[in-house]
Design a protein around this ligand. Structure first.
Ligand SMILES: Nc1ncnc2c1ncn2[C@@H]1O[C@H](COP(=O)(O)OP(=O)(O)OP(=O)(O)O)[C@@H](O)[C@H]1O
Ligand SMILES: O=C(O)C1=C[C@@H](O)[C@@H](O)[C@H](O)C1
Ligand SMILES: [Mg+2]
Length: 172
């Protein structure tokens, strides 16, 4: 008998840039012995670096390929970390209504050091003010799809993983 916690799959992480979706998703999947999919990473594998896609083809095109990758990922029995803007797509929000979704939140103060050095095209100009404006525009979308909300600002990755396994444990 494995003593790995069992969680219902797919288990989906949403939230703004820098909230910890990739880091928490990876750790959660490893802890639960589940596959991990990061849709940003899958897009980059197939189509090239995300900042280059934005620069070359624009955001609208990015959202089309993002939707394809997200739709495929949500059909897999995996921990799935979505890109920050994936919830903008109506079909993705419809899919998420039927799945276990965790909204990782983070304060403006806590996210500042986490964003340092990243390659995030939407906040390349505008920095933290732009990050806050994007979050406010999307807040109702995250709220609409979330089954569990966790403020990660002052919480370790390990504690966040425990919070999630506590809420969604024993469903596999
Ligand atoms: N709970 C936490 N406490 C402190 N630092 C964290 C926490 N979670 C993540 N980080 C750090 O914050 C940074 C951003 O995390 P991560 O890349 O997982 O965010 P993300 O939500 O996937 O962002 P993006 O939407 O840009 O992909 C990383 O350096 C990560 O190590
Ligand atoms: O918040 C967003 O719209 C984005 C977040 C990242 O995860 C990437 O998906 C991309 O940089 C766009
Ligand atoms: Mg990420």
């Amino acid at each position: 008998m494995s003593d790995q916690p069992r969680i219902g799959l797919p288990l989906v992480l949403v939230g703004p840039m820098g909230a910890g979706k990739s880091r928490v998703g990876q750790r959660l999947a490893a802890t639960a012995g589940a596959p991990f999919i990061d849709t940003d990473a899958r897009i980059a594998e197939r189509y090239g670096a995300i900042d280059e896609i934005f620069a070359r083809e624009g955001e609208e095109y990015f959202r089309v390929i993002e939707r394809e990758v997200v739709a495929e990922a949500l059909r897999e029995e995996a921990v799935v970390s979505l890109g920050g803007g994936a919830v903008l797509h109506d079909d993705t929000r419809d899919d998420l209504a039927r799945l276990a979704v965790v909204w990782l939140q983070v304060s403006r103060e806590a996210v500042a050091p986490r964003l340092a050095g990243g390659n995030r095209p939407l906040i390349a100009d505008g920095g933290l003010d732009r990050w806050s404006a994007i979050l406010e525009a999307r807040r109702p979308l995250y709220a609409a799809v979330a089954d569990l909300t966790i403020d990660t600002s002052r919480r370790s990755v390990g504690r966040i993983v425990d919070d999630i396994t506590e809420r969604f444990g024993g469903e596999r």
